[in-house]
Design a protein around this ligand. Structure first.
Ligand code: ZN
Length: 447
């Protein structure tokens, strides 16, 4: 079996596992010398090996192609097959070359495997890997009933994290966006006597494998990491996967949280987010240099992600619906099911918030807009004569935090757009006009 796999760590891990089970396996990946590769290929031709692992980059090297016809191959397996699709969450261009194997080995069946692909990604995998009409798809449910999903909107993410880790026993993974942040959070946890370490792609190979190994062997309890951590890790007893920053998409979220509770015992999937995250996410898509079609897809993914965060429905229902799976709306094991969210009629609040954006010329950020609504005579308010606008001081029934929450929900719902220049100023969208003109009945708001 020829296995195409995206990561050296993943390849090494699986080869080790096979060897432990007495199944002879070989691997070719970057970093090996010419002679090492040649020897491995000779072994593949003449030795009694069941598996040959190869990274996609190596598929088209001269040496590999020279030996390929001589190797007896009965199956081509493409691991992490979603990497072939740019609609997926981890597109790897060299994966597109895998299809060439079809020409070189026309009689050999191909098996593509992935743990998280939407319908669109599945179709794309079939197209890019040239599956014919006779293809067969085997799909398991995306449901992970033992995972409890929660999304928190809290003033201090770090305090919440500490609180949870001090109350929930067992191994944990905590995802952050920036490399620096991983170290800071790990330091904070250690200062609070929680056994933690950090991990990101900027560390050298030895450091990374030492940290990973220590965590796998339960010597480190909490690993604070970027999304560079986790692919191919199959540790059964992870009790908690936290996201301090937003994941890249719902697919990434599903994949990352899926590392919790593989032993089938109860586990927690936990995400914190706030106004800043929403603005950053919206800006990311606005600034993306991708082609229009891809940009549209990216922004649809952001909508889905923000929709998951803001929903008042069962989170499992929202997540499974995203993966085209039916689910009744009450799982009893997510924060919204366990503590139903109170909502209130936010129509007037939304009108005031949108109107303030309009009256101040659609070029200010949330902080200034809230100052105007609260009637604060700041230096900036004075400079732009915003104490003279009709929206000055009309929002005193809510405090700063409440207005932040209202703006967060308006941005998440695409009723406001974040500027492209990165200053965080807000503009109205087509969707916001009917609300401003009072053409809709009611805008429901999360408490
Ligand atoms: Zn639920």
């Amino acid at each position: 079996c020829l296995v195409v796999s995206p990561l050296i760590a993943l390849i090494k891990d699986q080869v080790e596992q096979l060897k432990r089970r007495g199944i002879p396996a070989l691997a070719i990946y970057s970093g090996m010398s010419f002679l090492e590769v040649k020897k491995t290929l000779q072994n593949a031709v003449h030795g009694n090996f069941k598996f040959l692992y190869v990274s996609p980059e190596r598929l088209e090297t001269k040496l590999f192609l020279e030996y390929l016809p001589a190797i007896t191959i009965n199956l081509i397996a493409v691991d992490e097959a979603h990497c072939v699709s740019q609609w997926g969450y981890d597109f790897r261009p060299p994966y597109l070359r895998i299809a060439n194997l079809r020409e070189q080995l026309p009689q050999v069946p191909v098996l593509a495997l992935t743990a998280s692909a939407t319908k669109k990604v599945q179709d794309d995998i079939c197209e890019k890997l040239q599956f014919t009409k006779n293809q067969q798809r085997f799909q398991q449910s995306f449901e992970r009933p033992n995972l409890s999903y929660s999304v928190f909107n809290v003033p201090s993410k770090q305090n919440k994290l500490l609180e949870i880790l001090q109350n929930v026993p067992g191994t944990a993974i905590v995802y952050c966006k920036s490399r620096k942040h991983t170290k800071d959070i790990a330091d904070l946890l250690r200062m609070n006597r929680i056994n933690a370490d950090y991990y990101h792609a900027g560390l050298n190979n030895e450091e990374r494998s030492a940290k990973q190994e220590s965590w796998i062997q339960n010597k480190t309890r909490v690993i604070v990491c970027t999304n560079a951590f986790g692919m191919g890790i199959d540790k059964p007893n992870v009790r908690f996967v936290g996201h301090l920053d937003m994941p890249k998409s719902l697919e990434a979220y599903y994949q990352e949280t899926g590392r919790a509770g593989r032993d089938g015992l109860p586990a927690n999937a936990w995400l914190t987010y706030g106004l800043g995250d929403v603005i950053a996410l919206r800006q990311m898509t606005a600034n993306s240099e991708a082609n229009p079609q891809f940009k549209k897809l990216e922004s649809r993914k952001m909508d889905a992600l923000l929709g998951f965060c803001e929903t008042t429905l069962c989170r499992r229902h929202v997540l499974l619906t995203y993966f085209n799976e039916d689910h009744p709306k009450n799982c009893g094991n997510c924060d919204n099911c366990l503590n139903p969210v109170a909502t209130w009629d936010g129509t007037v609040a939304a009108q005031k918030a949108l109107s303030c954006v309009y009256r101040t010329g659609q070029r200010f950020g949330v902080k200034h807009l809230i100052d105007v609504l609260l009637g604060k005579n700041t230096e900036q308010v004075q400079r732009f004569y915003h104490h003279k606008t009709s929206t000055f001081g009309i929002g005193q029934e809510y405090n700063q935090n409440q207005w932040q929450s209202i703006y967060r929900q308006l941005i998440a719902a695409n009723l406001l757009m974040v500027d492209m220049e990165g200053y965080g100023s807000l503009r109205l969208t087509e969707k916001s006009l009917p609300i401003l003109r009072q053409q809709i009945g009611r805008a429901s708001c999360r408490e």
